[in-house]
Write a new protein. Structure first.
Length: 163
């Protein structure tokens, strides 16, 4: 019987000893992600098609900009590779060139807003929605009153999204 009482006393003592050493410590953990402003852009390739020189050619296009929600942006265009004397030109490599304009929705010339270019017209501003914002444009190639030499007349214009 003494032996049973000793075993019970030993078991109780061990139980108290083990539970007396148990403890809990808690703390907090910070989880953070930094979302930086960002935009992507799709610029159109616009082919003028058939041009006789005797009638205005008007072609529609769209610049598509996708920016993070709430990110302000401005879409500008430079003067193009064949810019001269305040105008944009399509060139086939030899003179004469064909003048043209890129118009915004309000029918004003689409320029670079002073972002390092020489064609100081205004760009188009917006605020990102997280979805594509499509901004229309129009290419006008005016009548020149004569039949220009056949060939492919081109210009390259850089489209820039500042955000």
């Amino acid at each position: 019987m003494k032996r049973i009482i000793c075993l019970i006393a030993l078991a109780v003592a061990l139980a108290f000893a083990c539970s007396a050493n148990a403890a809990t410590v808690s703390g907090t953990m910070l989880v953070q992600i930094d979302v930086t402003a960002g935009c992507t852009m799709i610029a159109p390739t616009i082919g003028v098609g058939s041009y006789t020189g005797y009638a205005l050619v008007t072609l529609p296009g769209t610049v598509s900009v996708t920016c993070n929600t709430g990110t302000p942006y401005t879409v500008t265009m430079d003067a193009g590779l064949n810019y001269a004397a305040g105008s944009r030109y399509l060139s086939r490599g030899v003179l004469p060139n064909l003048g043209y304009s890129i118009l915004k929705l309000d029918s004003t010339e689409w320029g670079d807003s002073g972002y390092g270019g020489t064609f100081a017209m205004t760009g188009v501003s917006g605020t990102g929605t997280g979805a594509a914002d499509n901004t229309p444009l129009t290419i006008n190639v005016p009548a020149v009153g004569y039949a220009p030499a056949p060939g492919s007349y081109v210009d390259t214009v850089n489209v820039i999204v500042n955000y």
